[in-house]
Design a protein. Structure first.
Length: 427
């Protein structure tokens, strides 16, 4: 009996310790301030090439002490600054969040609309944080462009500002953004209480050694100052790229590499002539935009032409044109009967009825708007870096996608992920 008694006491002690440890883990305080940093033109090869010139406070600290996912990408085709930031803050893709790019063609007016004149169709990290804290959390955004500030701040932010370089200013725009951000932290007392706050910042890495070094200094100043004020364990930093880069000028013809131009206005005219030969004269394609063609739905109804018939005929014709690799229809993409990355980049109300994919090395051009897009299936790699509160120093080489950033931050600050997010947290 005595042995059983001592065994019971020992088990109770062990179980009590275990429960206490679990309670400590379960009640670990969420970070007081989350800083989400997105950087145009940030790419891994440049980040490493210029590393010998960095300070100890910026990129080197993040790479040495953070969790670094080395091979990140976007889960949809052709990301730009707007669609990328929308994906980061919503944990979803354009198919759900509706931001297909910096601008799109309005179906009713057939005129381009800027993303800042539209609206995100789903919630963001900031929105969910506001909801979870009954409005107590503070959310601010600073960026060098209107769309970056507008999208990253969500529907219910306390303030967003896009900063243009002053003619009198001698400091690069990245330093101006850091200065504004730190002033906001002080003035609005971000991270000063137990309610998590969110600060969304956008920078531009440029393409030169000088621009990367200046960016490193700006980020170093930001993190060092915040650590002194708030403490590393109360600060969570996320840094990644928008996947948006300056257009490359490559003369493939000079090296006898297959190339060419697909002119969308001419393509639309040729398709109209072909469809007119089948069903009588008419403006069957009423607009083209980027790589998209828009049917004249009123004409199709008048002529009693079914969508399935005209899509099939149009695809058969377009695929015979030089440089055309594939033609997707909106119906295929809605029904998820197509390449997943292309489907993720599509939104029914903000994209055309047909999307043309040209062969790698070919250009899609629009003579009226000056649009020129080189088709390249490969893209420069970039990292996702987490640093600060309870983040372990580690390198992860497996490929990951940026839609997993939002659920990771949401988990860290103990809120629900945005309402269109179905991705798993990165850790």
């Amino acid at each position: 009996m005595r042995n059983h008694f001592y065994l019971s006491i020992t088990l109770l002690a062990v179980l009590g310790w275990h429960a206490g440890a679990q309670a400590q883990v379960g009640t670990r305080q969420a970070p007081k301030l989350v800083v989400s940093i997105t950087i145009d033109q940030l790419r891994s090869d440049y980040l490493e090439t210029f590393a010998t010139n960095y300070s100890e406070e910026g990129f080197l600290r993040l790479l040495a002490e953070g969790t670094v996912f080395e091979n990140a990408s976007y889960p949809f085709a052709d990301p730009d600054r707007a669609s990328a930031i929308a994906t980061i803050v919503t944990g979803s893709t354009p198919f759900y969040h509706s931001i297909t790019g910096l601008q799109w063609l309005d179906r009713s007016s057939l005129q381009p609309i800027r993303c800042t004149d539209g609206e995100l169709a789903v919630t963001t990290i900031g929105d969910e944080l506001k909801i979870a804290t009954d409005g107590a959390a503070k959310i601010y955004a600073f960026a060098p462009t209107k769309e970056a500030a507008f999208l990253s701040s969500g529907h219910v932010s306390d303030g967003s500002e896009y900063i243009t370089p002053s003619k009198k200013s001698k400091t690069p725009i990245n330093h101006d953004i850091t200065t504004k951000a730190l002033a906001c932290v002080n003035d609005k007392r971000l991270g000063a209480d137990d309610t998590p706050d969110l600060l969304c910042l956008s920078y531009d890495a440029g393409t030169s050694a000088d621009s990367y070094i200046q960016l490193d200094q700006a980020i170093g100043t930001l993190i060092s100052t915040l650590e002194k004020q708030i403490g590393k364990e109360q600060l969570l930093v996320m840094l990644t790229s928008t996947g948006s880069y300056s257009a490359e000028t490559i003369d493939y013809a000079r090296y006898h590499i297959p190339t060419g131009n697909l002119e969308m206005k001419r393509t639309a005219n040729l398709l109209n002539m072909y469809l007119g030969a089948l069903w009588g004269q008419g403006q069957y394609i009423e607009a083209s935009y980027k790589n998209q063609l828009f049917f004249n739905h009123q004409l199709l109804e008048t002529k009693h032409i079914g969508m399935t018939d005209i899509i099939q005929r149009a695809q058969e014709f377009l695929c015979q044109l030089a440089g055309v690799k594939r033609v997707y229809s909106g119906l295929q993409l809605i029904n998820n009967n197509a390449d997943q990355k292309v489907r993720n980049s599509y939104h029914p109300q903000r994209c055309g009825d047909l999307l043309i994919e040209v062969a790698p090395g070919w250009h899609i051009q629009n003579e009226d708007t000056g649009y020129d897009k080189l088709s390249q299936l490969s893209a420069p790699s970039f990292p996702i870096i987490f640093y600060g509160a309870s983040v372990k120093a580690t390198r992860v080489q497996r490929p990951v996608t940026t839609d997993r950033i939002a659920p990771t931050i949401s988990k860290a600050i103990r809120i629900r992920a945005p309402n269109a997010c179905t991705s798993e947290p990165l850790f």
